[in-house]
Design a protein. Structure first.
Length: 107
């Protein structure tokens, strides 16, 4: 069973997701449910670390990241030995290339 760890940025992403849904959509219960669903999906990585697709399957860069779709959100992670490092958790509509690598795909 792999150990799951979160980077500070990923933890901040989870806080931001909860705050956005609570504040902007005025639904604390929806925020709690959404974060719970994301965490449930991420916990699956402890048993099956490779269930997410390699990021290099959708971009033309050789990077060690994998991604796991969690409803409207996507968890980006790396697998190292018996650990899964959650790097970021982003809304599917955000520009993940800019956020992860500081540039867009066509640069």
């Amino acid at each position: 069973m792999a150990k799951i760890t979160f980077t500070p940025a990923a933890l901040e992403d989870m806080k931001d997701i909860k705050a956005y849904i609570t504040d902007e959509l005025c639904s604390e219960q929806s925020a709690i449910n959404t974060v719970s669903k994301i965490m449930k999906r991420i916990r699956q990585l402890s048993e099956f670390p490779e269930i997410g697709a390699p990021l290099s399957s959708i971009i033309s860069l050789d990077v060690p990241y994998r991604f796991l779709v969690c409803g409207n959100y996507t968890a980006f992670y790396k697998v190292e030995k018996d650990e899964v490092h959650i790097v970021r958790v982003l809304c599917g509509r955000r520009n993940f290339m800019q956020i992860l690598f500081g540039k867009t795909f066509d640069e």
